[in-house]
Design a protein around this ligand. Structure first.
Ligand code: PEP
Ligand code: MN
Length: 311
């Protein structure tokens, strides 16, 4: 809408969109209000809208994601978890400021440690009580969303489930934040379309997480695609964080890639830490020791203040 458009003109456009059998979502911005049109199966003939008073222009968004796109929501989204804020303009978070652990674990083969499931959730709740840290943990099936929601402050969708659409839709029906990891072979468009499933179902609290993609390279577990940070910041208003542990698979690479991620504009990082990495039941080689984590955090704290964020 034109920046001088009146409330009445905006309402008239919304009514016109609804008359076409489509959904209208007004998006107030600092300069002007945009009206998102949803529910069309194909190209819509916009003639009846274009000439209404107050309309500045009609922009066709042909991407498979709309609600998570910057076109729909120019201002960055900030997600609140307890008293922590994640997203645009906020101090980057470290998951460690939140406690992350897997109770339901998507292991590649069935003969390895499969996670403690319900008992794991109980232990996470206990850890939350003792430490005061909000909990991030994975949910793998739509059936378990309600159970995991009881214990988690943020529900994680693992890379292998990024396109488990029934799971995404179920997570769209809750109101707790969802940490959506990029599938190991997913394009950015597929990644954002997966986020759109959660958002479109009614849950706008989505945090994106890049965790490395499959390439020809075998020296690292995956290839960390840092270019997605500025790219997602252009394309979407959702916060994006980096998981350098699963991305590289190598402990020594975690601190430098964490720092690189923050410089590139990530809203946070998520790293694996273990008191005795050599004895970890899962992902020991990429886990930092407690001391290693402490050293990394010293560097990260000075980097964060260098980048202009203060507590
Ligand atoms: C995890 O974060 O615990 C995990 C299994 O990672 P990913 O889904 O990215 O492989
Ligand atoms: Mn892991």
């Amino acid at each position: 809408m034109h920046h001088k458009a009146s409330r009445k003109q905006i309402d008239t456009v919304i009514a016109a969109v609804r008359t076409m059998g489509l959904k209208a979502k007004p998006i107030p911005g600092s300069q002007r209000t945009a009206i998102g049109v949803l529910g069309n199966k194909g190209y819509i003939d916009d003639l009846s809208i274009r000439d209404l008073p107050g309309v500045k222009e009609v922009i066709h968004v042909t991407k498979p994601y709309k609600m998570v796109s910057r076109d729909f929501h120019p201002k960055g989204t900030v997600i609140k978890v307890a008293n922590i804020e994640i997203g645009a303009g906020k101090r980057p978070i470290v998951i460690a400021d939140l406690l992350r652990g897997g109770a339901f674990k998507p292991r590649t083969g069935p003969h390895t440690f499969q996670g403690l499931e319900r008992e794991g959730l109980r232990l996470l709740s206990l850890a939350k009580k003792r430490s005061g840290l909000p909990i991030v943990t994975e949910v793998m099936t739509p059936e378990n969303v309600a159970l995991v929601e009881e214990h988690a402050d943020v529900l994680q969708v693992g890379a292998r489930n990024m396109q488990n659409f029934d799971l995404l839709k179920e997570l769209g029906r809750i109101r707790k934040p969802v940490l959506l990891k990029r599938g190991m072979s997913a394009t950015i468009e597929e990644f954002l379309a997966a986020a759109e499933y959660i958002y479109a179902e009614g849950n706008p609290h989505v945090i994106l997480c890049e965790r490395g993609i499959r390439t020809f390279e075998t020296a690292t577990r995956n290839s960390l695609d840092l270019s997605v940070i500025p790219l997602i910041n252009e394309l979407s208003h959702l916060p994006v964080i980096i998981d350098p542990s699963h991305a590289t698979g190598k402990r020594s690479l975690v601190p430098p890639m964490s720092k690189a991620a923050l410089v590139a504009g990530a809203h946070g990082i998520m790293v694996e830490v273990h008191p005795e990495p050599d004895k970890a039941l899962s992902d020991g080689p990429q886990s930092l020791s407690i001391e290693g984590f402490g050293e990394m955090m010293k560097e990260i704290k000075s980097l964060i203040s260098f980048l202009g964020f203060d507590r």
